[in-house]
Design a protein around this ligand. Sequence first.
Ligand SMILES: [Fe+2]
Length: 464
Amino acid sequence: MTPPVQTSALDPIAVLRGFASLRRLAGSYPAGHPMIGQKLRELDEIISGLLRTGSPVRIDVIRGDVFLDGVASSSEHQANQQLLSQLSALGIDSIHIHDGVQRDELLAVAEFLWQSPDSPDSTASQLAGRNVRHITLGRLLPLDTRWRARHWADAPTGPLDPDYAESILMAQKAWDDATAGKPLDVVTVRDLVQILIHKVARSNAALGQILAVKQYENLTYCHSVNVAVLSLLLGKQIGLADATLAALAEAALLHDVGKTQIPVDIVRKPGALDKSERRMIESHTTLGAEILIQTEGLHPLTPTVALEHHRTVKGTGYPDLGAAIPHPMSQIVSVADIYEAITGARSYQAPTPPERACLIMARLAGEKLNTGLVKLFVNAVTFFPVGSLVRTSRNELGIVVRTNRREPLHPLLALVDDGTYQPVCRVDTAARESSGAYARHITHSVPAPDELDLRLFLEPAHAG
Ligand SMILES: [Fe+2]
């Protein structure tokens, strides 16, 4: 029995395999050899099949997985490792094939691969020299160099503040329900808001886990909980009344709920997005607002924040709402959202430490974010927030256990052993020597390993 053609015809691996065999044949046989002609025909057929479903055909190899137009191939992974490492060794991890491609272009590309040229000319100009007009090869675009990156966990992996852990579980349930198309459970949302306000946002241990560098890629429900807590932090700094804080926490918690309506492959896509994918991602704002408008019992501003949180104080951003400036509540959530995203990991980048995140936020102030809110936020967070693991100028390792309002760069530290992370002693980095100089400075923050249990150093959530 012949295997079904359809499946393999739409498999990007078949294209890569075709190029690899053609490359081998072109290196072993003279031009015009029937074996080359046969392989060329096969490859042409596969590519024509793919082009019928849309042009260009984009094949990316990211972290050893093959993606066709951004969607992971379902082919057996193991069998392709050798092929993928061959291509990777050639420096090729992205092949784009446009409609109108000719067989002699396929052959030219295969020959190019065979010669694996060490030329100062760019791949593009070398291909152009071979008259290849419908195929581009190369390293992925800078935004796409994610195949190099490590794979991050989806959620915090270390021991968590118990209330924070509970709130993440509740958010996950609400998120999963929304993904399954079930209506939002407003009672759960309200309970969650209360836990966030009265417990999580009052717990130094939880705040530490949210403010410091996060070694996980949290695109969904964890992100929502974190943004809600950070919004509360900023809301309290502004002096918002309790009822407004509750509305803020609700809106922040649900700001990205529209993402439940977008295929997870696109939300988590490791490669750069094309126009239609970008439009789809951007639609999470309007989709979220629609879901929230239809949900009875929510605060009236909750859909507004979902709609506006990617709009800037200059009236730009998405969705296009003319020159309208976002509601202050949306502006608060935007600040929290951006800090959370910067200090979290992404498949293509390591998380940014708080001190750098604060500088990045400062650059966005006035352009994207409200300057006054950024100042208040950075004051609340400080460069070295509670829970950060930091290195001092005396090469000590310590955890920030209390920030110093008057001297934000000189918090109180619990020093820990460099190898075991056991507590050593406490030092006040604001202490000065007899000369008047600080006894020590914090030089930088460092990512905290899972073995470091912040709960041993920081207060858990207050009861009640
Ligand atoms: Fe968003």
